[in-house]
Every structure is written in C-alpha cells, then in structure tokens.
Design a protein around this ligand. Structure first.
Ligand SMILES: Cc1cc2nc3c(=O)[nH]c(=O)nc-3n(C[C@H](O)[C@H](O)[C@H](O)COP(=O)(O)OP(=O)(O)OC[C@H]3O[C@@H](n4cnc5c(N)ncnc54)[C@H](O)[C@@H]3O)c2cc1C
Length: 340
C-alpha cells in the first residue's frame, strides 16, 4: 500500500469517521483500538449513546458547538447511504423528528430555530422539530468497521497504546514512535488521538491543559409489542428514542464518577419513573437492557480538533462530550482538512 501513513488511536465514532475520510483521501490508515470496534466492553461512548443527531437544547450552547453539530447532522443522510450501499449494514438514519416538552424557553427556542433554518412549530406547549434525525449507534459502528475493512484500512484491535512519554518527542518536535501495552512499537507519519474519555490519560505528559474527563451516562432499553411513539421525545433533561423494530431507548444520566462503568439500581428506578411519566404505556413493557457509557466530558461541550502545539505530527480529535455522534462527520472533515 502506498501513500502517507496515519495511525488513529481509538475506534469509536470519531476515530472511525476520521479514518474513513483519511482513507478516501488516499492515506494509508491504521486504527488502533484497545477493545473490539463496534462492541461494548468498557464504557465506549459511541456504542452506548442514544443516536440523537441534534444538540438537544441548542439555544443553551455556544455558536461553535451548534455549528459543528448542525454541520454533522447535514452530513448524516449521505454518510448512512454510502455505508449501507458499500456494506449492506443499515445504520438506520431516520428522520423521526423530536418533540420537546415543557419546561423550555419557547421564545428562545423558536428564535434559534428560525435563525438556523431548523424547522420548528409549537404544538400546544410542545415544540415539534420534524427534521431531527436519529441513528442506531451499534449498527453505525458496524457499518463503519465493515467499510474500513473493505477499503483496506488496517484495524489493530485489542491493542492498547500506552500513555505517551515526553521522551518519544524528537528534537524537531515530531513523534517518532508510540508503544503499545504488549510491547509493540508503532510508527507513522501522523498520529491522531480519538480516544474519547481516555484521551487525557493518554496525553497527560504532553498535553497538560487538555480538559477531558469521563461523564457517565446510563441508559435503559425497552422492548415493546407495538410502537407507542414514532418520534423522539425530550423532557427536562430526559429523552426517549424509538427504534423502528419496537425497541425504545430511555435516558440518560450525567454522572461525574470517574471511569466507573457500573449501572445503578437507583438510577434505573429514577429513569423508569421519568419514562413512564412521559409514556404511561411503558409501565407494562419490560426493560431488557441497562447499560452505561463514558462521555468525553469537556467544559462547555467544546471538543479539541487540531494539531498539538509542540508536536507537529500529533493531532487531536476528541472531547465531543454530549454530541460526539452528531458532530463526528463534521469533526472528521475539520481534522482532515487541517492535516491536509
Ligand atoms: C448514554 C449516552 C448517550 C449519548 N447520546 C448521544 C446522542 O444522542 N447524540 C450524540 O451526538 N451523542 C451522544 N452521546 C455522546 C457520544 O456518544 C460521544 O460524544 C461520542 O461517542 C464520543 O466518541 P469518541 O469516538 O470520541 O469516543 P468513544 O466512543 O469512547 O471511543 C474512544 C475509543 O478509544 C479507545 N481507546 C481509549 N484509550 C485507548 C488506548 N490507550 N489505546 C487504544 N484505544 C483506546 C476506547 O476503547 C474507545 O473505543 C451519548 C453518550 C452517552 C454515554
């Protein structure tokens, strides 16, 4: 294989979309993932998320956050089509729409939607956003993985990179090699860190000011005999996302508990109560799964996308906190254009 070689560290949604774009631009790409891509092993955020392709209450966020999220959302239908056509795996990118129930600031919401060309209307006291998309996270990751394999990207799974020691930085300010836990040495023209909540641990000796920490989110999965809603619903920090085959996700929590990926009974009870308050029919439906994921939490939800200030061939695409699925395609574009 010819072309310059990029090593992407982390095979979540951000790593996979970055690898995809680099490959499309002719790079030789290796994705290094300490677990197995598209499976849930230890709190990988991309598998765990709800797949809402929208920054829940955008009028609360800074312009930069919303811009990246809206750009990402625009790219999803074409990305999902390409993945489906190339791999036969459907990421289920659906325009199911989202209903936002009070309390929310209707005036701010309508003004923001009008200013950003987002279709919105009030239905009684609720805000209806007909164009909000969803994707099915595990299938999106499976499709990305299949695409990467088909296009000749090397996937080094069950391979953990060790925290980067300062000693590996050459005099020219370039990173020469990076060591894996198993003692292997990886070399490349560029390295891109897409390690989600684990990014600071990996880089703390060379990126002291990077502020990324894990923020746990727990999630419930209901199984329904027949659909009780076709659209997503958001109320007061809690949302529900119906899949097209009768499953319904309900979540989530926002917990600052370090790298603890356990799920808790008190949160299960609380989330079930919230879900049933919105959709009383859920009282009779079984919760068939309860899991958690670690979001890469950052101040103001602002990711770091760019070149390391002192190491010219080290790039970061990480810290997407609550909206990494939404942002990933646009974030990959930004990173790859910087690399180019
Ligand atoms: C409950 C929950 C609900 C969410 N809902 C939404 C939503 O509806 N919409 C939305 O847009 N976003 C949502 N998010 C946020 C979104 O999931 C994240 O922002 C996004 O997945 C981050 O992607 P990532 O690729 O950076 O991180 P991850 O998916 O965590 O991937 C990082 C990868 O790096 C690997 N890794 C770490 N360290 C190393 C190492 N040393 N060597 C090799 N590999 C390593 C990890 O194993 C992991 O696979 C949600 C998150 C959670 C937890």
């Amino acid at each position: 294989m010819s072309g310059r070689h990029a090593v992407v560290v982390g095979g979540g949604i951000v790593g996979c979309t970055t690898a995809m774009l680099l490959r499309q631009q002719g790079w030789q790409v290796t994705v290094v993932e300490r677990n197995i891509i598209a499976t849930q092993t230890s709190g990988e955020s991309s598998w765990a998320g709800a797949g809402i392709v929208f920054p829940l209450l955008p009028w609360f966020y800074q312009e930069a956050v919303n811009q990246l999220a809206l750009e990402g959302a625009k790219l999803y239908p074409a990305l999902a089509d390409e993945l489906y056509q190339e791999t036969g795996i459907d990421p289920e990118c659906l325009r199911s729409g989202m209903l936002i129930q009070p309390p929310f600031d209707a005036q701010a919401a309508l003004a923001w939607c009008a200013a950003n060309n987002v279709q919105a209307s009030l239905q009684g006291q609720d805000l209806w956003l007909p164009d909000v998309l969803q994707v099915r996270n595990p299938r999106l990751l499976q499709a990305l993985k299949a695409w990467l394999i088909k296009r000749g990207v090397t996937l080094k799974e069950q391979t953990q990179l060790l925290p980067l020691p300062e000693a590996e930085i050459g005099e020219q300010g370039t990173l020469k090699r990076w060591q894996t836990k198993a003692g292997e040495t990886l070399e490349a023209d560029i390295f891109i860190v897409t390690s989600g909540a684990w990014s600071f641990d990996l880089l703390k000796q060379t990126a002291l000011s990077l502020e990324i920490k894990p923020m746990r989110g727990q999630m419930l999965l209901y199984q329904l005999d027949k659909p009780i809603t076709n659209h997503m619903i958001y109320r007061n920090g809690f949302y529900m996302v119906p899949r097209k085959d009768g499953y319904l996700l309900a979540g989530s929590t926002l917990e600052d508990v370090g790298f603890d990926t356990s799920v808790t009974e008190d949160m299960r009870v609380e989330m079930q109560a919230k879900a049933e308050a919105i959709l009383p029919q859920l009282k009779d439906a079984p919760v068939i799964k309860h899991w958690s994921g670690l979001r890469p939490g950052t101040p103001h939800n602002i990711p770091t996308i760019g070149q390391h200030p002192h190491i010219s061939n080290l790039f970061l695409n990480t810290g997407h906190f609550r909206y990494g699925v939404t942002m990933a395609p646009a974030s990959a574009r930004k990173l790859v254009s910087l690399v180019a």
